[in-house]
Design a protein around this ligand. Structure first.
Ligand code: ATP
Length: 274
């Protein structure tokens, strides 16, 4: 079953202000926000809105966050499923989950579907591989293509997808009328990291002096290669460290210790992966 994140009150709380940096991506995705807010306007003009956009970029850079914020900005429901959720050991489950997801979306339109890790189902087809094992995945992908082709471009459903492996995707997914927009989500540079720190320091009580601005500036210089998810992690770890030592505000040294800890974690992850 698709997760409807905002089932409570049909409102997504996340908006663009929660997404630091990514100015170009936000601008590109704004077209969908405007459409979802006023679909009639587009219909009247006879404009066909793209059905979907593929967001690609490294892990933890804010693809899911941006998709959710798009729903928040437009004030529409957000339905999300991960590519791996479609993969089950039982034959036929993947395609039927795709069908259910789109049926649910049509009944809730205007709304956004977000398919995380689309590469799990969207890999290039017909490359041999394991006989049998791949059929289910191919059937799931085919069902996704059928669903994307099956709804009119002005039906009020926008399909966003996220991947960090755009290179392995089946070209059929990228044809016109499917994911015909591509949005690149770059890893943050130093000023991007500074903005992300500012967002995540928002709810943290930082010692002043030096204050949030100064901590964001200093720590952004200390974290090359960190994605937004790593920075969120640093801010939370720093608060935990300060809590453990019974401080009443988080100090720069706590952030330094948190950075070391997160770097340690990243190194371990890379060791496991390589
Ligand atoms: P994956 O490829 O692993 O699915 P993703 O690109 O979808 O990752 P998110 O799940 O959106 O990444 O990011 C994880 C968390 O990291 C977010 O919930 C948020 O707390 C933080 N984060 C990432 N990027 C940003 C950003 N640009 N601004 C603010 N917070 C961010």
């Amino acid at each position: 079953n698709a997760t409807v994140l905002n089932a409570d009150n049909n409102k997504v709380e996340v908006t663009f202000k929660d997404v630091a940096g990514l100015a170009e991506a936000k601008e590109e995705i704004m077209e969908f926000v405007q459409y979802l807010k006023k679909p009639e306007k587009y219909k009247e003009l006879g404009a066909k809105i793209p059905k979907g956009a593929l967001m690609h970029g490294p892990p933890g850079t804010g693809k899911t966050l941006l998709a959710k914020a798009t729903a928040g900005e437009a004030g529409v429901p957000f339905l999300t499923m991960s590519g791996s959720d479609f993969m089950e050991m039982f034959v036929g489950v993947g395609p039927s989950r795709v069908r259910d997801l789109f049926a649910q979306a049509r009944s809730m339109a205007p709304c956004i579907i977000f398919l995380d890790e689309i590469d799990a189902i969207g890999r290039k087809r017909g490359r041999g591989g394991f006989v049998g094992g791949n059929d289910e995945r191919e059937n799931t992908l085919n069902q996704l293509l059928v669903e994307m082709d099956g709804f009119a471009s002005n039906s009020g459903v926008v399909v966003l997808a996220g991947t960090n492996r755009a290179d392995v995707l089946d070209p059929a997914l990228l044809r016109p009328g499917r994911f015909d927009r591509q949005i690149v989500i770059d890893p943050p540079d130093i000023s991007g990291r500074r903005e992300i720190f500012q967002v995540h320091l928002g709810r943290i009580r930082v010692a002043d002096p030096p204050g949030k601005e100064e901590v964001a500036k200093r720590m952004s210089a200390r974290t090359p290669g960190f994605a937004g998810a790593d920075i969120a992690n640093v801010c939370n770890e720093a608060a935990l460290i300060a809590a453990r030592t019974k401080k009443d505000a988080v100090e720069p040294e706590d952030f330094e210790a948190a950075i070391d800890r997160v770097i340690g974690g990243l190194e371990k992850k890379n060791l496991v992966m390589s």
